[in-house]
Design a protein around this ligand. Structure first.
Ligand SMILES: NC(=O)c1ccc[n+]([C@@H]2O[C@H](COP(=O)([O-])OP(=O)(O)OC[C@H]3O[C@@H](n4cnc5c(N)ncnc54)[C@H](OP(=O)(O)O)[C@@H]3O)[C@@H](O)[C@H]2O)c1
Length: 219
């Protein structure tokens, strides 16, 4: 499969690219910071990079014409939204990517947000409060992205993966626990490695039963 990858220079994106290449997929990484590409990827013949703005559908569409699927491991890296200003990253970039996919007539899209982009009745008051306090801007922007992508279900075969907190441990072969449509996975650890999130996103690309779903991920 030829995969257009956003966020290929980030921690999860690098794992995704490495695992995808090991499984003989090809990657077209749409990036802004070539200096952040690890040597191991640069030298792989099935890994190519292109520069384009993640907020410009017209910039992006041409790069999506020859791919089979689009994957986003994008993550907000700015600090200017702290502490009070709203974040405008996930929703506008997803909107531009989806518009570009529609223009390029591509359907398959796998992306990442996080647990609890909206409070759930089962969530403890304490965790609702902490999420809101520290991650409120992320919640609002990611939830706007999730809702927007859902409105495009007629044109886009999406899977959105909601993981808990991320760490940098190596990938495992432990089975995932998933809760489609839920904000978190009750009873699971509140963290998972970026490498395992990448492993799950790669599984989603092959698993058509995840299409049209926003899935809380746990282990
Ligand atoms: N940290 C957690 O505990 C946690 C928990 C759940 C979910 N998440 C979410 O999981 C996702 C992946 O996290 P991560 O730690 O792997 O992210 P990360 O290492 O910060 O990577 C972010 C990626 O997004 C790219 N990016 C950011 N702004 C961009 C822009 N304006 N144009 C083009 N590319 C841009 C970065 O590219 P550059 O190299 O050019 O900067 C980088 O490749 C994020 O969305 C994060 O919010 C995180």
């Amino acid at each position: 499969m030829k995969i257009a990858l956003f966020g290929a220079t980030g921690a999860t994106g690098i794992h995704f690219a490495q695992q995808a290449l090991e499984q003989d997929h090809e990657i077209v990484a749409i990036i802004r910071s070539p200096q952040n590409i690890p040597e191991s990827l640069k030298t792989n013949l099935n890994f190519q990079t292109v520069h384009a703005s993640i907020f410009s559908p017209s910039d992006l569409a041409g790069h999506l014409k020859n791919v089979d699927a689009v994957v986003s491991c994008l993550g907000y890296r700015g600090s200017e939204a702290w502490p009070l200003r709203t974040m405008k990253f996930y929703y506008p970039s997803a909107k531009a990517i989806i518009q570009a996919m529609k223009e390029a007539k591509k359907r398959r899209f796998v992306a990442i947000t996080m647990w609890c982009t909206e409070p759930e009745p089962d969530q403890s008051l304490w965790s609702k409060f902490l999420f809101r306090l520290f991650l409120g801007r992320y919640q609002d922007d990611m939830r706007a992205m999730e809702k927007y992508v859902d409105t495009e279900r007629e044109h886009i075969d999406f899977t959105i993966v909601r993981p808990p907190f991320l760490n940098d441990l190596p990938p495992t072969d432990v089975d995932f626990t998933t809760c489609p449509g839920r904000m978190f996975v009750p009873g699971c650890l509140a963290y998972i490695s970026r490498a395992d999130v990448a492993r799950y996103m790669l599984c989603c690309l092959r698993d058509t039963t995840t299409i049209g779903q926003t899935i809380a991920l746990g282990m």
